[in-house]
Design a protein around this ligand. Structure first.
Ligand SMILES: C[S@@+](CC[C@H](N)C(=O)[O-])C[C@H]1O[C@@H](n2cnc3c(N)ncnc32)[C@H](O)[C@@H]1O
Length: 263
């Protein structure tokens, strides 16, 4: 029986890509942000040379990563519940070149910034984000308040550098209302990221809503699936595709088949 070669890991990348990853992680100040190369390969079908090339570009993102970290520190959020895979988001958009990206759940905007940075480099495409923010009540985060609440004087996406905003369509309100309207306006969705309300019902609703518009080879991602039960695995079953887990965590994805699909 023919054995499949193992998916490439970080060690299989070019030295330049490994160096860029290490520097970008330090600049962003998030030790968890080491990219899972095997996950990128599974979601895109790209080989390690292409993935290395995409991750080498993180070198050019260092000023952006530093700006994001400074904005977080200045707002009293040296760390918060941001996506653990910002560099994978960047690489996915560089490797797949999607036209319309949709994300639910923005908060400070770590995920948004990395998606937007890749769109800027692609020189095409648009990110459509939906966020229903909560606001921190006093000068400091009180007990029982969510770490994703907006710090005083900040609005949704407060860590996203201004230079990245031209390709951003940011909509404020509940995804329950805004997502169906948004999806109805788009010809196709090339990447969907769920990172807002983590309940089984809500994730199932979002997946059901984007499904008819998913483009061939679109990537669908959902974070914090430890709280969303069977919603994502069931969606994979319905589409007849593999659930692609990032390592042993609860950030998961799938890749829509290339070619005519019955979505
Ligand atoms: C975990 S944070 C998003 C983190 C972000 N993806 C990042 O990487 O920085 C979740 C965000 O979703 C928002 N949210 C919660 N319920 C929502 C809903 N029903 N519709 C839209 N946004 C919602 C929260 O207020 C919060 O801003």
């Amino acid at each position: 029986m023919k054995r499949r070669s193992p998916a490439p890991g970080l060690a299989s990348l070019s030295p330049a890509a490994r160096e860029a990853v290490a520097r970008a992680r330090r600049a962003l100040g998030d030790r968890r942000a080491t990219p899972n190369v095997a996950w990128i390969a599974a979601l895109t079908g790209a080989n390690r040379r292409k993935i290395s090339e995409a991750l080498e570009e993180l070198e050019d993102l260092l000023p952006m990563e530093e700006e994001i970290r400074h904005r977080h520190v200045a707002a009293g959020r040296p760390s918060y519940a941001q996506i653990r895979a910002p560099f994978e988001l960047y690489a996915l958009v560089r490797l797949l070149g999607p036209e319309h990206l949709v994300e639910t759940g923005v908060s400070s905007g770590v995920s948004s910034a990395h998606l937007l940075a890749a769109l800027k480099r692609n020189r095409h495409g648009r990110l459509h984000s939906i966020d229903l923010p909560t606001r921190q009540k006093g000068p400091a985060l009180g007990p029982g308040e969510s770490i994703v609440a907006l710090p005083p004087g900040r609005d949704t996406g407060w860590a996203v550098p201004d230079t990245l905003r031209p390709r951003w369509d940011l909509r404020i309100g509940p995804a329950q209302e805004l997502l169906p309207r948004l999806v109805g306006e788009l010809p196709r969705v090339g990447l969907f990221l769920h990172d807002d309300l983590h309940t089984p019902e809500h994730l199932a609703f979002e997946l059901r809503t984007v499904r008819p518009r998913l483009a061939p080879r679109a990537v669908v991602l959902a974070d914090n699936t430890q709280w969303t039960g069977e919603a994502f695995p069931r969606f994979c079953e319905e589409l007849g595709v593999r659930l692609l887990r990032r390592g042993r965590g609860d950030l998961v994805g799938l890749s829509v088949p290339n070619g005519p699909t019955e979505l």
